[in-house]
Write a protein that binds this ligand. Structure first.
Ligand SMILES: C[S@@+](CC[C@H](N)C(=O)[O-])C[C@H]1O[C@@H](n2cnc3c(N)ncnc32)[C@H](O)[C@@H]1O
Length: 190
């Protein structure tokens, strides 16, 4: 498993629109978060997602959607509205800029800082005393409590990787078809 931002040769993977397999129950679809939420994501028990940081937004657009002209703040506002309407437990990796863009949420989001102002933003938090130090420990703990996780900016599928390790399910979406192609090709090795 490699961290998404380190992947410079992403075009080594084939583009795919959709990938589904029954065992171990990982599905991945191309879907743009500006368009709301994929029907399948509506069925999950919780959301774990890592939207782009402002500094990486242009790079992700250059890879997936070079004509995108909408601003990062518009994407975050849209994600915030979508997740508020979904009304499931949400765990978002981000920083202060992201948190302040989610101000409209009816439950005030809480940032639990882990690294230089970045951390986990909780919404409808369901594990009150848990203060995760890493992404992996957060996802592991969520899968001890829930069966199906959803990620709306899934990149190369860390949530699916953790679901497979714990015998659970993940429904993943990203606007970049290379990410879905990567998940199709690599997830058999997870
Ligand atoms: C920080 S990465 C996510 C890393 C991911 N957790 C992983 O395991 O690789 C942010 C992701 O957001 C995706 N993204 C950016 N803008 C998006 C949009 N409008 N709709 C859906 N996905 C988007 C990028 O393609 C990228 O994969």
């Amino acid at each position: 498993m490699i961290y998404h931002s380190a992947l410079k040769k992403f075009k080594e993977w084939k583009k795919e629109e959709c990938y589904e397999f029954q065992s171990p129950d990982i599905s991945a679809y191309v879907f743009n978060a500006f368009d709301g939420i994929h029907e399948q994501i509506k069925t999950v028990d919780f959301i774990y997602t890592e939207p782009p940081f402002l500094a990486g937004y242009k790079i992700f657009n250059d890879r997936a959607n070079p004509t995108e002209s909408r601003k990062w703040s518009e994407l975050i506002t849209k994600i915030g509205t979508t997740l508020m309407e979904l009304d499931k437990p949400c765990y978002i990796m981000g920083g202060g800029q992201l948190k302040s863009s989610l101000k409209g949420w009816k439950n005030q989001p809480v940032l639990s800082s882990i690294h230089e102002g970045a951390g986990f933003i909780f919404y409808n938090k369901t594990i009150p005393d848990f203060k995760p130090k890493t992404t992996l420990s957060l996802i592991k703990t969520l899968y001890e409590q829930y069966d199906v996780g959803g990620d709306i900016t899934c990149g190369y599928g860390l949530l699916g990787y953790m679901a497979k390790k714990q015998g659970k399910k993940a429904i993943l979406t990203d606007y970049n078809p290379y990410c879905i192609g990567y998940i199709k090709q690599e997830s058999s090795k997870w």
